[in-house]
Structures are given as structure tokens and as C-alpha cells.
Design a binder for this molecule. Sequence first.
Ligand code: NA7
Length: 547
Amino acid sequence: MSGEDRLNRPGPARGAGAYDVIVVGAGLAGLYALHRLRGLGARTLVLEAADGVGGTWYWNRYPGARCDVESVFYSYSFSPELQQEWQWTERYAGQPEILRYLEHVADRFDLRRDIRLNTRVTAAHYDEAAGGWRIRTHDGTTLTASYCVMATGCLSRSQSPGLEGLDDFGGSVHRTARWPHEGVDFSGRRVAVIGTGSSAIQAIPLIADQAARLTVFQRTPNFSLPARNRPLDPAELTRVKKRYPHLRELARNSAFGVPQAPDTPSGSALAASPEERAARYGAAWDAGSLFGFSDTYSDLITDESANETAGDYVRARIREAIRDPATADRLTPRHHPFGTKRLCLDSGYYDTFNRSHVALVDLRSSPLVRVTRNSIVTTADEHRVDSIVLATGFDAMTGALLALDIRGRAGRTLRAAWANGPRTYLGLAVAGFPNLFLITGPGSPSVLSNMIVSIEQHVDWIADAIQWLSRRAAVSLEAADEAETAWTAHVDALSAATLLPRAASWWTGANVAGKPRVFMPYPGGLKSYRDTCDAVADDGYRGFIVT
Ligand code: NA7
């Protein structure tokens, strides 16, 4: 029996422009979704706004763009052959290498024939009579599908700082999230970087290498740990490849989606002596990993005093890296508990501020006022610049979804459904929007985990659900209101038991004016989340209405 015969097709009539599944986005999630759904025999089409595959890794080409999860684990696990063939060259792969990998995946699995590039989806409306989705694209084309999968990415809608006068600036303006593909040469230029999040922290050392003068405009100092990136020794890579089955299993069953011994972390930071703490924190600092500190003590993210011990350790290490005490003081993070904003990994970030042509402007004491033709004005000074780099972040997790005109039953918009913040069942589905699936949506571990592991889990779950429905000749799967309410309350309760909502972070929507302040990702860990999703499926899709 061919794959095509295996899927029973409910929903809209067949014909040109009619699909079983339309996937929006050809990044990490869209590529795997296409491969997996095609394997079921589902007629699947991926629509992608860019002129290439890769999603986040297609757009974010700023200097120093690099993954913060080790390459050998920030890679697909679905194909043993692929993971044996691909040769990662660095511990933390840079953007060009990750994009090459994704292009290779698209070719190797013959995905391109079902990906329509340069096609921006503008609307997705549920058609109750037909029992499926009508998807409209920028050129007015309408396509139909029984299921719609939003693989639109958590960090794909970039944020503008809304700076007065920016449009009249006479020099060049670049966004880290939309970097020119041909690169930018800053040689001899006076460059301003606005923002000190992960993107800026990666880009600043490299921009400083080129620029005649670099001025960094910082609103909130971040906690950044040394990445300790290095070339991957082929023998080490071979060792990992031999152990892949075991390591992938550990990653799938861990809290963050990276291999972690099941018994870590243990004990309270407050029960340890200062010497024991210093030893553990020192090891975490030396590990060069986003997850190093989460392996130290179990209460860093739940107990303020325990958190302070780790925060103090990292603050001391940051201070000792910077020669000028005033600059060190301004770069020391004090506005949020350690780890309550996305930690950053850097390669020489703090040391860059020891260079004589690099300056730091503290926007808390002297906020931005406007941009003129050739300068940036704060309440304290005017800074002459030739180029401005905006590293001002994203309307995360909900931004890309709400940018589309998504309508469910009775024409209700997703914007209306989420007016007070995103509500989902398992981060996968929304009540009133049958057969619409979100990949790494709000309410799922998503950005708190190794994204690719979460993506594989979501895509597998969705594919299994579609197959299950098909076997029952069911036409739709829809989150029940009560299940959605209970799940949203559960995610809230989990985050309320931690220090996470304390920070004005993009995890809470605080970086976007007017965005409801809700801690969006599921903070209970990937393992417990996966177990819940599996139990829901095993229980006949408990909490879903099956029609
Ligand atoms: P982030 O982490 O959201 O960082 C954005 C930075 O821009 C952050 O320092 C912001 O300060 C700053 N910002 C934002 N708006 C303004 C205005 N209007 N004026 C001054 N400064 C501003 O985005 P990234 O792209 O660096 O990283 C996103 C994720 O990508 C990252 O976490 C990884 O997962 C990969 P604030 O902290 O809000 O005071």
C-alpha cells in the first residue's frame, strides 16, 4: 500500500489548490512537518514568505549569529542516517553552518517540491461548512486544507524601537533580525548598537573588530555566560555519533531537551556552604552552557535567596572581566533575578568594553530622545554615528500568529480569542479553531527548551493525531473550552511558583507596548510536558472534541 492510500481525507473537496495539510513556514518546524506528514501520505504544502528555507536561520544573519545549544544536539534526531552523515564543525554552530544544514535537509528529503517560497500567508479562515481551512496568500491566491499547521516561529516578528527621527537618519540602519544577505562592512564607520539582548551580545564583539567607533546603547544589562565555543574535534564527534541513540533519548526525557543526567539538579543552594556553592557555580561558569546553572541546585528559579547566590557569583565574574569600574557597574545585571530573562552565551562580549574605541551608554540614566540625520540624542548627550544596528528583539511567541488574520468558528479572530493573553490547550491547539495546530505555541516548553527537540515532539504528536483522526474517518479535532482554560491556568500556576514572571522579559510580553503580560512558555520541563501530551493522546485525545 502506498503512503497516499494510508490517509483517509476528510474536509474540503479535492482538486487543484486543495491539500490535506498546509504548513505555514519553512523553518526547522515546517521542514520536519512536511517530511513527517508526507510520510503519512498526507498531501502537504508548505508556504514560506522568504526566498529560501531556514526560518530564523534564514533571517538572522548578523555577525556572530550562532546557536546557544550545542550543534550535536541542536539537530534533527528523526533520521539516524542524517545525524550520522552531517559533520558539525563547531561546538556551537554559526548561522551559515546551520542554514547549510537546513538546506541539506530540504534537499536530502526532497522537500523543496512541496515548498512554495516567496509566498506570504495573509489569512487563514476556518470554513465550517467545508470543515477545513481557507488560506490566503499575499498575491490573492486561496488554497484549502483540512488541517493548518502554524510553523511560524517564536522569534520571527522583529520589534522596532519606535525611535523618533529614525526614518530621517542619513546613515545606514540595519536590524539584526533582517540582516542583508551580502553582509555589512563597518570599516571606518561610527556604529551604534541599540539593545543588549542575545543578538547584540553575539554581534557586538565582531562589529567592534571592524568599526572605527562603537557605541552600545543599553537599557537593561543581561546575564551572559562565556560560550567557550571551539572547533569540534572529529574524534569527539565520532564518540557522540556512536552514542546518539542514548543521548537523544536522554534529551527527549530531560527538562530542557539536552542530555542531562536524570538526577540533576539536586538540593537547595541555601543548604550548601559558600565554598560548595562557589565550586558548583565555578564549574557551571566553566561549562560554557546555557543549562550549566540549572544543573547546580534545584531552587535557583523558585527561591529568591537561592537565586541571589547564583546571581552574585555571575555578577562578580562579569565585574572582574571589565577594567573600568563605572562601565563594569553599568554592565552588571541587577534588574531581574538570575535566569528570569533568557540567559546569553557570549564570545568576548564583556572584554569588548575594554577596547578604547567602544563605549557604553546607559539608557536608564539617560533615555533615548530621538535620532537626527547623523546622530542619536539621549537626555544627556548627542552621539554622532554613521550606522545604527537595531538589536531590539521580537514580538515573541504570539507576534507572528497575530500578524495573520486567523479566524476560527463563526469568524472569531485569534486576536479576539487572545485579547487578554494567549490561551491554548497544550500550546498545540486553540478552542474554536478546529484542525489548527501551533508548533511550539504559547503554553508549550518552546523557547525554554532546545527548540528542535520540542519541534520534533510537536510535529510527531500532530502527525499521530491526524493519522488517528483519519483512521476513525473523523473530520475535526478541536480543543474543548474547559481543557484550554484548565491548561492555561496550569501554565500560569507553574510560572507563578517561580521567579520567572518577575522579569520584564519577552517571555512575558513585557517588551511589546500594550501586549498582555502573561508568562507564555510552559515552565514545567519538556519531560513532564511530553508525558502529558502522550497521556492525552493515549486517552483518546482527552480534552479535545472529536467530530
Ligand atoms: P531581546 O533579547 O529581546 O533583546 C532586545 C534588546 O533590545 C534588549 O536589550 C532590550 O532592552 C532592547 N530594547 C528593546 N527595545 C528598546 C528600545 N526601544 N530602546 C532601547 N533598547 C531597547 O532580543 P534578541 O534579538 O537579542 O534576542 C532574542 C532571542 O533570540 C534570544 O533570547 C535568543 O533566544 C535568540 P530591555 O531588556 O527590554 O530593557
